[in-house]
Write a protein that binds this ligand. Structure first.
Ligand SMILES: Cc1ncc(COP(=O)(O)O)c(C=O)c1O
Length: 444
């Protein structure tokens, strides 16, 4: 167990408790600016909440792979939004995609190829299952290239390999386009690589028409996972699904045995609530459009603000609610301040007087000395922002800035704190500042 990295939720909670609750500064009554937690800020869609209440009486166990209505609605959802014609029998429902990823890794033979940086969830599972794995660094352009994939695959002994592709990507916020996916699929066909395509952020793609599922490009070799956690802001409902590749019914039968052995079935009322979440409806369509638009506004603002801080580079998100920031240009200053790892960097940023939480490189499956970090732009009241967007959707650039100022002042203050931190780092000084809201002025 000691080889297994603490899963991200435990790691983050421990970290925030340890470094925040004991702030002993006399003037400090402040929490922290939250760029760390990757949780949707929005409300669970009302029609799902209603369906959950209406189905509270459903006390019977559900069918192992999911109730029929749900598998049908997931199929309808995939057809409408992702242009895929999926026989519901290829769909298996589980308590979150995390569990399904684990179940897949349990039954699929082969060495795992894990592109990095990566969501922290994969590695503890791979280690727990004692699977062979290899990292595939995307350091250059933050996406895997067919050339690097082939080179790595040729070095691996196993006849079959498993690529974990996370598109759109946590932590970069980047999206693979159709051509990139086709080139990756070509290598996979040639090299006998099957893909687990984690598409949990698909619905958050800002220019939604640009999202293409790997299940469409490489249907014979891709397991697509998705669920309620990000698109429907219902991580706590614990419901995800996997679409099996075409012509894999026999593997599906084995998979069902694993599901039945490990958890029997997902909670029946939750499955009924999920039916309404996946059925195509006006309410859900509006929900996806508005939430995706707000993510885009917050992402654009965060990206633009970081661009203005000298020495900082970041990815420009095309989906999700994250971006990856590269602070490596400050390596010399970090060393001067006795900050030698990404862990000590994130600790120094959460401590008084900065109180800003980010996810350091060590939690993104990067080298401990890589000063890259993930920032999530979700520290605001999503329900209120949603309502305000409906009342008065921002149209121009300055409308969008005003929208951020009105709805997400903590994002603005947190970014100011990061700027201040690096000012201080450059001067090797920590001047006394009070921990309170820092007013933001628009420089237009
Ligand atoms: C890339 C990625 N995959 C999967 C998950 C887990 O999703 P679920 O809540 O469905 O288990 C997350 C959650 O943060 C994630 O970021």
């Amino acid at each position: 167990m000691e080889d297994i990295e603490l899963p991200e939720n435990l790691k983050l909670n421990t970290f925030l408790q340890e470094f925040h609750s004991d702030c002993s500064h006399p003037k400090c009554g402040f929490g922290y600016y939250g760029f760390a937690f990757g949780q949707s800020p929005f409300h669970v869609p009302h029609i799902m909440q209603k369906a959950l209440v209406q189905n509270a009486h459903q006390g019977k166990y559900a069918a192992v792979p999911g109730i029929e209505e749900l598998r049908e609605s997931i199929s309808e959802y995939n057809k409408h939004y992702f242009g895929m014609d999926i026989d519901p029998r290829r769909i298996y429902v589980g308590p979150g995609t995390k569990e399904l990823l684990y179940n897949l890794l349990e039954i699929l033979h082969g060495t795992v190829i894990l592109p990095t940086p990566a969501w922290l969830g994969y590695l503890p599972q791979i280690r727990l299952l004692k699977k062979n794995y290899h990292m595939l660094s995307t350091r250059v352009n933050k996406k895997i290239t067919p050339h690097d994939l082939k080179k790595l695959s040729l070095r691996l002994q196993d006849r079959q390999k498993i690529l974990i592709l996370n598109n759109p990507n946590n932590p970069t916020g980047l999206l693979y386009d159709r051509l990139e996916l086709e080139e990756i699929a070509e290598v996979c066909r040639e090299q006998n690589i099957i893909i687990i395509s984690d598409e949990i952020y698909a619905q958050t793609t800002y220019k939604f028409e640009n999202f293409v599922s790997m299940g469409k490009i490489y249907p014979e070799g891709t397991f697509v996972t998705n669920g309620l956690s990000k698109s429907h802001a219902a991580g706590g409902y614990r419901l995800g699904y996997v679409i099996f590749p075409q012509h894999a019914a026999d593997v599906g039968e084995q998979f069902k045995k694993i599901l039945a052995t490990e958890y029997t079935a997902v909670s029946t009322p939750i499955q009924h609530a999920a039916v309404t979440g996946f059925q195509v409806s006006k309410e859900m369509d509006q929900y996806f459009k508005v939430t995706r638009k707000i993510h885009e506004i917050m992402g654009e603002f965060t990206y633009q603000t970081l661009q203005q801080i000298s020495g900082i580079k970041s990815t420009k998100p095309q989906a999700t609610f994250y971006l990856l920031v590269d602070f490596n240009q400050f390596a010399t200053e970090f060393t001067g301040s006795k900050i030698s790892t990404s862990q000590t960097f994130s600790e120094s940023l959460i401590q008084h007087p900065y109180h800003t939480a980010i996810i350091g490189g060590d939690s993104l499956v990067l080298e401990r000395t890589d000063f890259s970090a993930r920032m999530a732009f979700v520290d605001y009241n999503g329900k209120k922002a949603f309502e305000n967007y409906l009342d008065n959707p921002p149209k121009t650039h300055s409308d969008r800035i005003e929208f951020v100022e009105t709805n997400a002042p903590r994002i603005i203050s947190g970014l100011k704190m990061i700027e201040l931190y690096f000012d201080h780092l450059r001067q090797n000084a920590k001047s006394a500042i009070e921990c309170k809201y820092i007013p933001f002025t628009v420089s237009e």
